[in-house]
Design a protein around this ligand. Sequence first.
Ligand SMILES: [Zn+2]
Length: 274
Amino acid sequence: MKHWRAIAIALVCAALAAVAFRLFEHTAHLQPALVTPNMDAQQALSPSLAGHVKRLLREQELYGSRAGRPKLIALTFDDGPYPVFTPLLLDALDKLKIPATFFLIGHDAQHWPELTARIEQSGDEIGNHTQTHPDLDLLPDARVRSEIVDGRTSLDGLVKDPAIDRFFRPPHGRYTVAVVKIAQSLGYTTVLWNDDPGDWRTSISTPQELDRHIRRFATAPDIVLLHSGKMATIEMLPSLAAAFRAAGYRFVTLGTLMRAVPFDDVNHPAKHPV
Ligand SMILES: [Zn+2]
């Protein structure tokens, strides 16, 4: 009889460990890809433990089977524009017929207006990456607001793209609930990502490493965080394009992706290694 009790206790412990692991895994991947102006920022970015458990238990009911998620991939390039690298990146994207979204720094765009215009002329999309690229989580609310507003004013003065007033990405991926709420009050969707392959790291990633990461962690749909001004990123584009197209994906701008897919589906995409 005694060993039955031991087995029962072991089973209960295993079940609890499995739940704890799932919860941990869930929490670890909690960052949403998008926070739209109408979402509850607090709930989206840091829900309570009870909120986690509820979401975990009701996942299927809330977000469906995910099997039918469209295979759309939006490459997003932060920073700049920069001489040399941005034109090289634009040439590579043009050659591969990949439309992309550029999150430009207002100050840099003003410094290189002809590069900013070239991005627009290539049919690519331009979003707001603040005026001077500070760590917004460290700034008082008024400075956060002026960084976003000044970035918008600078870009709007150079090119006409409605995405400038619509899409915002916080520099260094550093934000707080307050930062996202300020962006919301200005009409912005805060755009994070489904995958960050780490081309920003100072220990240089090779084109092969970047390509492998993006394919391994691909989702449907997929918003990928990349950077303007990285040679390895430019070099991996041909193999990335070939692999994703062979797997049935279509490259789109963020605007196209958001028109095609409800934001809940972008935040809860299907895992789809390529
Ligand atoms: Zn940046």
